[in-house]
Design a protein around this ligand. Structure first.
Ligand code: PMP
Length: 288
């Protein structure tokens, strides 16, 4: 895989466009040591960033939940995001804003550390390859679980939470699976490593209650799309046994979009009519 640090282009960093290869941080950066950075994942379609305000506001909330308010307002960050997409010539691509405590103070309370913000973008057509939305992907259940809200703020998209996903994904990749099913601490179905989960049960959509994981922006968009198509949608606790009985399963996320699942452990699912309808409706919406 190509080194993401070695490219042409620009990254917006602390208020200005910096040449891509010079956008660096020091090894004693607080955020690198303690896993407290907050970030976003956005997608541009035809040069336009989908749900830019929702993502920028979630970045702000994440930083506040991690106790370091951002030094830029939402309008400034939105303009910066649009500028970085434009100067890098991105039409369809991924955008990664990130905020972190710097190297000015390595103590845990980091009272002397500055809050830094950067925004990068690159082209990233499909997480699991071009055909994945048609054929579906395979998940394996991991023994690592999502956190309880007393461990970290679950509404924050913060780096520490992602350690679970990294561990789980490295194990599942070795076993030949594309992603993981992550349960909560009580054994209920939570989500995948970077996307929320829905199941179809006798024509009705059910998705887990988002109290141990990120309540995705795409999750909300898909709930609205589904209701607009006349489908019933409910948020409920889902056991593994119930998931096994589901007619269809799919994932939702900014990067994943609507991603059908064709297997979890040894249980196969069809890429069914409702999943296919929502894949198409989501594509029509983001490109509309
Ligand atoms: N859960 C996790 C762990 C994620 O990383 C993401 C991607 N941001 C999601 C869910 C889906 O969130 P969204 O739809 O806002 O991209």
């Amino acid at each position: 895989m190509a080194d993401l640090a070695d490219r042409e282009g620009y990254i917006w960093m602390d208020g200005e466009l910096t040449p891509w290869r010079e956008s660096r941080v020091h090894v004693l950066t607080h955020g690198l040591h303690y896993g407290t950075s907050v970030f976003e994942g956005e997608r541009a379609y035809g040069g336009r960033i989908f749900k830019l305000t929702e993502h920028t506001e979630r970045l702000r909330r994440s930083a506040e939940l991690m106790s370091f308010p951002l030094p830029f307002d939402t309008a400034t960050l939105e303009r910066a995001t649009q500028e970085v997409v434009r100067v890098n010539g991105i039409q369809d691509g991924y955008v990664r804003p990130i905020a972190w405590l710097g190297s000015e103070d390595i103590g845990l309370s980091a009272e002397g550390a500055r809050v830094h913000v950067a925004i990068a973008t690159w082209s990233w057509p499909a997480v699991f390859g071009q055909e994945a939305q048609t054929r579906g992907i395979r998940l394996r259940t991991t023994q690592w679980t999502r956190m309880v809200g007393t461990m970290l703020p679950v509404k924050a998209k913060t780096a520490g939470v992602y350690a679970t996903g990294v561990l789980a994904r490295r194990e599942s990749a070795q076993a030949g699976f594309e992603d993981v099913l992550i349960l909560d601490h009580q054994g209920f179905v939570a989500e995948a490593s970077g996307a929320n989960l829905f199941l179809v049960e006798r024509g009705r959509l059910v998705t887990p209650i988002a109290d141990t994981f990120l309540d995705g922006i795409t999750r909300a968009v898909v709930i609205e799309l589904a209701r607009g198509l006349g489908l019933e949608v409910a948020e409920e606790r889902i056991t593994r046994a119930r998931l096994r009985e589901a007619d269809e399963v799919f994932l939702t996320g900014t990067a994943y979009e609507v991603q059908p699942v064709r297997e979890i452990d040894d249980r196969a699912y069809p890429v069914g009519a409702i999943s296919r309808r929502l894949v198409a409706a989501y594509q029509a919406l983001v490109r509309g």
